[in-house]
Ligand binder design. Structure first.
Ligand SMILES: [Zn+2]
Length: 584
């Protein structure tokens, strides 16, 4: 998604936005030293640890660890998707989004795919109403108690039996067939030609949060397998990110206080039939961190619904593992287990909406964790208590600071007959994900090349114009230190975007594997550089050390090479080097 807006536009947007003004409009900020502060809007606190830096255009909460740029803030605070946040900022800045104008060229084939899939939705809708063989589909839906109104609001359709219904309708030319293949709706045969992927199935269009159709799910009408078939991964559809029903849920609810995560399309629709229009389904995969980030942007409370069988228990455990590191104040997760043999669809039909929405039956994330572990542990023995500690501590370690973390520390202390301080000290003795101002993560200076690069990146995030001290960043090419390639990219970015802020840099790496690490460096670099630090001198020194490594490596290569193959110049370099080495 991030790729659809030109990076240049994002740079300009950030340059025209002041994060202090922006956040102050939602959360009144107070000047504190060279930064601005407030009580954190993302967790409950009495003394302010939410800090906004004007020079960096970056916010960071020392309490719960949230951090990011103006774009991130709008996404988190107003529960927006990336593009929605861009739109809002662009409106505020009075900048038109270059969507149609300049994007058409680079992304025209993507918009073509979206448009094509709208036509597919309409085609399958029509087949459900008109196709001579659609009665079985209609009967199936009626059987499951789905009203015409709900079928319509979820745009259910019917893919008729046969190998080329869709091709006949929308694949008139070879190019059209190729486009259909790109959306995953038809499949190319090895010996040439195409056939419809979905045949004799009820069709569920999947829309992304902006409402664009990106793919489909299809359910069989008999006992054929697979029971559910989804679109394959395509340029516009990724199952690890999308959730069925999220668009409809956001549409039906102005303020989503809770979202249910269920397993299948029919669960989502059956619940909607009973007025529970806030359920989503992950698409044939376990919920990913990306799914959960997306959910928590839309709602403060996620309830996972699982079957009560073994498979359901396993899936629940995985969901707990994915969710724990993302839980901070203002986010809650619960688990709900269906009685044996039931799924949300059958459950809501037999027990009704009230039973489904009875929060007393939901298990809080922490209770679920402890309950599950308690089942195989005898807490009356010291071995059992030790084992409990061993099992739970790695989980707590992954959690950001906040009320739930404290609660879990307390609960664990009670379970193992100890106190919270003892648990905290046990937590502290491993690698900790905690961030707190009293224990800044100080990087040791001079403790190796990795840290040298890390420190340089940190310095550049703090004061990007340090990059201009280097005439040509390419002199660093070939420095034999891990991470130097990234450093080169960063230097190049800053040199070609004079005046870019820390936030601008971070946005260049949004949604990449570097994002988290860069944000962490950006958040911690205030602690790294005291006012008295002479950054210019330190940066120059670090550069010199990198270049020194490069020349030392070259000399070593020379020294191990055959002397006869060396040029006169190389030989002279080598002699000089040996002399200085002897002196040292
Ligand atoms: Zn916070």
């Amino acid at each position: 998604m991030a790729g659809r807006i030109p990076q240049q536009f994002i740079d300009e947007l950030l340059a025209r936005t002041d994060i202090v003004d922006l956040i102050d409009g939602f959360v009144p900020l107070k000047k504190a030293g060279k930064d601005f502060q407030a009580c954190c809007p993302f967790h409950d606190e009495k003394t302010p640890s939410f800090t906004v830096s004007q020079p960096k255009q970056f916010y960071h909460c020392f309490g719960c660890g949230v951090k990011g740029t103006a774009i991130s803030f709008l996404m988190e605070y107003n529960h927006l998707e990336f593009l929605e946040a861009i739109e809002e900022l662009a409106n505020k800045a009075g900048l038109p989004i270059p969507q149609e104008a300049s994007l058409v060229k680079t992304d025209s084939n993507l918009s073509e795919l979206y448009e094509l899939l709208e036509l597919v939705v309409r085609f399958y809708n029509r087949q459900l109403r008109e196709h001579p063989q659609s009665k079985r589909a209609v009967d199936y839906l009626k059987d499951r108690g789905i009203s015409g109104e709900i079928a319509k609001s979820f745009e259910l359709g019917f893919a008729p039996p046969g190998w080329d219904n869709l091709i006949q309708e929308l694949g008139s030319s070879e190019a059209a067939k190729q486009r259909l293949a790109k959306t995953g709706m038809v499949i190319k045969r090895d010996n040439g030609g195409f056939y419809d992927r979905f045949r004799d199935r009820i069709m569920f269009p999947i829309r992304d949060p902006r409402g664009r159709v990106i793919g489909f799910g299809g359910r069989v009408l008999d006992d054929d397998t697979p029971k559910y078939l989804n679109s394959p991964e395509t340029p516009i559809y990724s199952k690890g990110r999308e959730l069925y029903g999220l668009y409809q849920a956001r549409h039906a609810n102005k303020d989503l206080q809770r979202i249910y995560v269920v397993e299948g399309y029919m669960d989502v629709i059956a619940l909607a039939q009973f007025g529970i229009n806030n359920a989503v389904a992950s698409l044939g995969t376990a919920a990913t961190s990306e799914h959960l980030e997306r959910l928590f942007r839309a709602t403060p409370e996620v309830v996972f619904c699982f079957d009560g069988d073994n498979a359901g228990r396993k899936a629940a455990w995985r969901a707990m593992e994915t969710t724990l590191p993302l839980i901070r104040d203002g986010r809650q997760a619960f688990f709900m287990f269906m009685p044996q043999g039931e799924d949300p669809d059958t459950f809501v039909r037999s027990q009704g909406r009230e039973s489904f929405e009875d929060t007393n039956t939901y298990l809080a994330l922490s209770d679920y964790l402890f309950d599950s572990l308690k089942q195989n542990t005898d807490l009356n023995t010291t071995q059992g208590q030790a084992r409990m500690m061993e099992e739970v501590i790695p989980f707590i370690r992954q959690m950001p600071d906040g009320a739930l973390r404290k609660l879990m520390v307390r609960d664990l202390a009670n379970l193992v007959n100890s106190d919270s301080d003892y648990i905290e000290s046990a937590l502290g003795s491993g690698t900790s994900a905690r961030r707190s101002p009293s224990r800044p993560v100080r990087r040791q200076q001079n403790s190796g090349s990795d840290n040298l690069i890390g420190r340089m990146i940190s310095m550049l995030l703090y004061q990007p114009d340090l990059a201009l001290r280097l005439d040509d960043y390419k002199v660093l090419e070939g420095v034999p230190v891990a991470g130097v390639d990234f450093l080169l990219e960063l230097l190049q970015l800053i040199q070609s975007n004079r005046g870019i802020s820390c936030a601008g840099i971070l946005e260049h790496w949004r949604d990449t594997r570097y994002e988290a690490c860069l944000k962490q460096l950006a958040a911690s670099n205030n602690e790294l550089f005291s006012v008295s630090t002479n950054l210019e001198a330190e940066f120059d020194d670090a550069l010199a050390r990198l270049l020194d490594k490069k020349s030392r490596q070259k000399l070593q290569q020379l020294a191990t090479g055959k002397l006869s193959s060396l040029s006169e110049e190389d030989k002279a370099t080598l002699r000089n080097y040996r002399k200085t080495e002897e002196k040292n």
